[in-house]
Structures are given as structure tokens and as C-alpha cells.
Design a protein around this ligand. Structure first.
Ligand code: FAD
Ligand code: FES
Length: 272
């Protein structure tokens, strides 16, 4: 296998702890930048000497700077989450399909996030809020395991002020939590959804995405108006190695964002 694109050097210019195990890195080009990304796309981040992994872009942090939000679960994510400002990593991409949130212009845009799934959705949310007048409603439902595991908590008020309807629920409350407790699908009934005129974007653990999609179908949404972001192990990022295959799809090229119409029969046969 040949990898068609050499990693571009990017410097960690700042880091922000989101939770005890999740960090948002701001990455500035230290040479030629990669092409601009669109919401939903991912890059391959290379921690030199350790390995390379796919990570969704969670935002634009400057004219050419990327925000990428990483949860430490293994060798490469641990190394990236521990990186101090000034360190250089390799970046390839951007790769993959996009949320295409602009297709929902004139309709209601519903975003449903589970845990760190809010990171890939954030650029679509910010794009919609920057053109808020084009959408009837922008609704964001967030589920987190606990209040301490809520990412981007500091931004929720600003999103509300920009015209998003934001509802948050946690699986386990602590003494300080005044909000909803329960799974994110329980919030759907409280949104006053207008199913035929809604486009839904879902990102989170696969079981959460499937249950959310089924709840939306049950209230009358069509599978074609539901999109989700699928994760599989990736290596090349450019449809050459086959590592990311799911049925007929190569998710680095045909995903990660896929219509539920296409994803549903594939998810039924495979569970992470
Ligand atoms: C398109 C795409 C976008 C992604 N975006 C993000 C992101 O924005 N932020 C982020 O933190 N992570 C994201 N991931 C997941 C990230 O790539 C993995 O967590 C990473 O590859 C783990 O590498 P590691 O060397 O740290 O851990 P490993 O040692 O490879 O794995 C550690 C543990 O994590 C599990 N694991 C590995 N990969 C995944 C995965 N894709 N999903 C669930 N469990 C996994 C392994 O089974 C193992 O139990 C994304 C993955 C894909 C495919
Ligand atoms: S990661 Fe190699 S084909 Fe998709």
C-alpha cells in the first residue's frame, strides 16, 4: 500500500482540557497547510514514532488553524492528549464526506450528540448558527455520561444566544446537576419536532446513534433525512487499504457521514 499524501507538519499552538480524558488541540501549520475542511470531515493525526489515527475536525481555530478534540483511549490518543504547546505532529487530509448541513436550509436542523460525538458535530452547528436565518430551528440535544464528561460545556450559553435550542441530559447526575437525567433519546419527545420538515445529524457511540435514528423514524422522520457519522479503524484514509470497509462502503471515502437509509442495513449486521 502506498499512502498518497505525506503528513503536513502542524504545531500544537494551544491545548484546552475538556474533561479528565479529553483535550482540544489547536493545530497551526508549521509549513504548507492542508486543504480547508468541511464540517464532518476528519484528518489523520500522526504522533511521530507512535502512530497515526483518524480524528474529526472540531472547529476552525484561525485562518488556517484546526481545532481537534481527542479522547485518550490508547497509545496514539494518549500521546496526542499529553502533547504540550510547541510540539509538532503530522496531519493528512481532510478526508471523507460532510454533514451537508446547508441542505437543511428552510427546514429544522436537529443535531444529536453522545459524548465526544459533539466534536464532529460542532463545525456543522457553528456553520448553521452563522447563517441562522436560513434555518427554521436549530436544535441540539446532548447526552453525556456525567456532568463532568460534558465537552464544550463552556460554549453552550453562546450557542443558545446565537439561536440554538440546546438541551442536555446526563446518565448519572452529581450533587450540582439541576438538569435532565436519562438517555438522549428521551429528549426527542420534548422538542416539538416537525418530522417531515426536519433534517437530523447524529454522532456518538454506535448503539446511541441507532437508538436515536429508530426514535426519529418512530415519530415520522424518513431514513433519508437522518445522517450519522460512522467510525471504523482506518489506516490509509484514501480508499487504498480496505481497513475501514463496512459492507460495500469504504468509510474513509464514502463516510464517515452516511445517510441512515444506507447505514441501517449495514449496522444491523455489525456492532462495535
Ligand atoms: C472518522 C473517525 C473520526 C474520529 N474522530 C475522533 C475524534 O474526533 N476524537 C477522538 O477522540 N476520537 C476519534 N476517533 C476515534 C479515534 O480514531 C480512536 O480513538 C483512535 O484510533 C484510538 O487509537 P489509540 O492508538 O489511541 O488506541 P488503540 O490502542 O488503537 O485503541 C484503544 C481502545 O479504543 C478502541 N478504539 C479504537 N478505535 C476506536 C474507534 N474508532 N471507536 C471506538 N473505539 C475505538 C479500541 O478497540 C481499544 O479498546 C475517530 C475515528 C474515526 C474512524
Ligand atoms: S482507511 Fe484505507 S481504505 Fe479506508
Amino acid at each position: 500500500m502506498t499512502i498518497s499524501q505525506a503528513p503536513a507538519p502542524y504545531r500544537v499552538s494551544s491545548r484546552l482540557d475538556e474533561t479528565h480524558d479529553t483535550v482540544t488541540l489547536t493545530l497551526e501549520p508549521a509549513g504548507e497547510p492542508i486543504a480547508d475542511f468541511r464540517p464532518g470531515q476528519f484528518t489523520m493525526l500522526y504522533a511521530f514514532g507512535i502512530g497515526e489515527i483518524p480524528v474529526s475536525v472540531s472547529g476552525r481555530a484561525g485562518p488556517q488553524a484546526l481545532a481537534q478534540t481527542i479522547r485518550a483511549v490508547g497509545a496514539v490518543t494518549n500521546a496526542l492528549c499529553a502533547m504540550p504547546a510547541g510540539q509538532v505532529i503530522g496531519v493528512r487530509g481532510p478526508f471523507g464526506t460532510t454533514w451537508d448541513e446547508a441542505d437543511a436550509a428552510g427546514r429544522d436542523l436537529l443535531l444529536v450528540a453522545g459524548g465526544i460525538g459533539l466534536a464532529p458535530l460542532r463545525p456543522a452547528l457553528l456553520a448553521a448558527l452563522s447563517e441562522r436565518q436560513h434555518y427554521r430551528r436549530v436544535i441540539l440535544l446532548i447526552g453525556a455520561r456525567s456532568p463532568a464528561e460534558l465537552v464544550f460545556a463552556r460554549e453552550l450559553d453562546a450557542w443558545r444566544e446565537s439561536g440554538a435550542e440546546v438541551m442536555v441530559t446526563v446518565d448519572r447526575a452529581d450533587a450540582s446537576w439541576q438538569g435532565n437525567v436519562g438517555v438522549v433519546t428521551q429528549l426527542i419527545g420534548r422538542t416539538g419536532l416537525d418530522p417531515p420538515h426536519t433534517t437530523a445529524l447524529i454522532c456518538g457511540p454506535e448503539v446511541m446513534m441507532r437508538l436515536t435514528a429508530r426514535s426519529l423514524l418512530a415519530v415520522g422522520m424518513s431514513a433519508a433525512s437522518i445522517r450519522l457519522s460512522l467510525e471504523r479503524n482506518m489506516q490509509c484514509g484514501v480508499a487504498e487499504c480496505g481497513h475501514c470497509q463496512l459492507g460495500p462502503l469504504l468509510l474513509c471515502r464514502d463516510g464517515p457521514v452516511v445517510s441512515y437509509q444506507i447505514a441501517e442495513p449495514l449496522l444491523a449486521t455489525r456492532e462495535l
